[in-house]
Design a protein around this ligand. Structure first.
Ligand code: UD1
Length: 337
């Protein structure tokens, strides 16, 4: 298949690019580089041995997207492009709704015009809102606590409605848990702009000496040690889930939702200890107040993905910690080296 990766220069998109090429498919990347660096494209060439065709465009730009579809003859689209910072989405909701929803609508319209019928969407476990219970199962109630999450849920609805109307369309909605780690080569990884919001990039920047200490957001949650519990998944496992998802889409019509997680929850302090042990580095931390909008526990029931996609996460927490550190250690300034 020839597969368009929107946002393919980003953290999850770049790792998925490598796995898709390894699975024998062709890829094209479209990315406006608003939150990624052009150097990732050289690294992808190095890792895949292929020049990955690249369109430096905004996927909401109908004309440019149309020109790309006219040229490329795609079989499928994996849509990663989107704004993803929760706090920023609260401050700039209209920008988030405009960007995340517009890109999706533009893709759907252009796909219909060019008769491209397979779509995989980067959704998030955030659509479960404040869960009634864990583990989270795909059929459970949804609801969000911030505009970023709402864009994901609204797009899930738009795509579901589109498959009801167009019986030829296949959509797979992937609800990611917490992707961490990096490709084991240490050549591609997560490169956040500014001070990281997410736990692992924060820890690796403390480890490299860029930040003095980690702030642990709350130690009074009803969890085994009081800190928040999440389902951390190696980004390469997550990327492999996309290969299965696009192959599934090619064989099934309609919409299907899958959790991509490991099924195991670890607390913030579990992660700190695992990182210290895997890499033999001390991570100084202080306990801080809870972060607004955070929940106590969030982890997946991954059974549906195993049964229907034939996919399950394989990499251990130790590998996730080692690979996150290798990436940061080899690229102290990310792709800016
Ligand atoms: C966050 C987003 C979520 C998004 C996901 C993936 C929020 C509230 N949620 O999820 O919508 O889908 O990233 O991008 O931002 N922690 C600390 N100190 C830190 C950073 C994090 O203690 O400096 C804790 C958090 O309180 C949480 C855990 O580490 O318990 C994981 O946090 P994070 O990596 O930001 O992911 P989520 O909050 O699960």
């Amino acid at each position: 298949m020839k597969i368009l990766l929107t946002g393919g220069a980003g953290f999850i998109g770049s790792h998925t690019c490598v796995e898709i090429v390894e699975a024998g498919h062709d890829v094209v990347i479209a990315d406006d580089l608003s939150n990624s660096k052009p150097a990732v494209l050289d690294r992808l060439k190095e890792l895949t041995g292929k020049e990955i065709p690249f369109y430096h465009i905004d996927v909401a730009d109908r004309q440019k997207v149309d020109e790309m579809f006219a040229k490329e003859n795609f079989d499928a689209v994996i849509h990663f492009a989107g704004f993803k910072a929760v706090g920023e989405s609260v401050a700039k909701p209209v920008m988030y709704y405009r960007n995340n929803i517009d890109t999706t609508l533009t893709l759907l319209e252009t796909m219909a015009k060019y008769n491209v019928n397979n779509f995989v969407f980067s959704s998030s476990a955030t659509v479960y809102g404040v869960p009634e219970r864990v583990p989270l199962v795909e059929g459970m109630k949804t609801g969000c606590t911030n505009p970023y999450g709402w864009t994901k849920l609204m797009i899930e609805q738009i795509l579901t409605d589109a498959t009801v109307a167009n019986k030829e369309l296949s959509v797979v909605l992937l609800r990611y848990f917490n992707p961490i780690g990096a490709h084991e080569s240490g050549r591609i990884g997560e490169d956040p702009t500014g001070i990281p919001n997410n736990l692992l990039p924060y820890i690796t920047q403390v480890a490299i000496g860029k930040l003095p200490q980690l702030g642990v957001f709350g130690d009074d949650y009803p969890t085994h040690d009081g800190t928040g519990v999440r389902d951390y998944i190696h980004v390469v496992d997550l990327a492999k889930g996309h290969v299965k998802a696009i192959e599934y889409a090619a064989e099934h019509k309609g919409t299907e939702i899958f959790n991509l997680g490991t099924g195991t929850g670890y607390s913030v302090l579990d992660i700190v200890k695992a990182f210290e042990k895997a890499n033999n580095i001390e991570i100084p931390y202080v306990i801080k107040p809870r972060r607004d909008g955070d929940i106590a526990e969030c982890y997946a029931d991954p059974v549906k993905a195993k049964e229907k996609l034939g996919w399950q996460a394989e990499k251990s927490l130790e590998e996730m910690c080692r690979d996150s550190w290798r990436w940061q250690f080899n690229n102290p300034k990310g792709y800016d080296e």
